[in-house]
Write a protein that binds this ligand. Sequence first.
Ligand code: DGY
Length: 322
Amino acid sequence: MTAARVFVTRRLPDAWRAPLAEAGLAVDAAGADDPLTPAELRTRAAGAAALWVQLNDAVDAALLDAAGPGLRVVATYSVGTNHIDLAACRERGVVVVHTPDVLTDATADLAMALLLAAARRLPEGQRLVESGGWTGWAPTQLLGVELRGRTLGVVGLGRIGAAVARRARAFGMRIAYHQRRARPDVAAPLEADYEADLEALLARSDVLTLHAPLTPDTRHLLDARRLRLLPRGALLVNTARGPLVDEAALVDALRDGHLAGAGLDVYEEEPRVHPGLLALPHVVLAPHLGSATVDTRRAMARLCTDAIVAVLRGERPANALA
Ligand code: DGY
């Protein structure tokens, strides 16, 4: 009997893929860091029992059909699943698995790094030093925002939002949050106030951090009008998904000084970054690094390989989506 084939859409360390071969599966892995085109994906997926995809591979009905009726599982190397047509997977009986929990701390650390870098204007400082234009300490040089006593608004107090809030508490920040339903169990230890109304949260947030999933309802959650509800001088941090924010409106709000800065890990049309953002001094721009630590990426790989093996054995892993 021929071994079931797993198609891995991107280059990954051999050791991280090893559990698949150890389970007797035939691994066909793309050899590059760059995404394959949709046509290449469809060709390589044909006949696969499992697809191990990345957050920038669109898993749509065309790809599922190209893979064929033998496809049993799609494992995404991400917690976010906005790139996957979940309904199309369900219709075809394809199980979708993702990587929750293991990337919570790494992503929260990065959100905090962006927050601190934006608040203390580190990119501007680095450019000043690198340019050779720094003439020495000066009383009003690159003054930033102090965090103690300021309010962090958290949109989505889920795993990552709560982990960011915990870190911010250690910096003396107050926490307020918004999501569809209050989570007193999560909020109580953070002494976090619930705002049922997103716009009320915006109005009181000195720093806003986004941790909502990207869905048709949350696209441009922060549009031009809502960005202006943030207090003048506020900071925005986004480690969730770029399209939650209207990037052109964000550029305007930063350009005219309504916002004091932003720390961004995600963009509306990755890897394209709005040219207006590139031209602004007071933004910190990271290339979608939220989960990018060795420990986390290794743990994410283990979740994917274990889940693929489990589904192909007829089991339902804990990280399968409903
Ligand atoms: C995810 O897993 O969805 C994150 O965006 C990766 O950094």
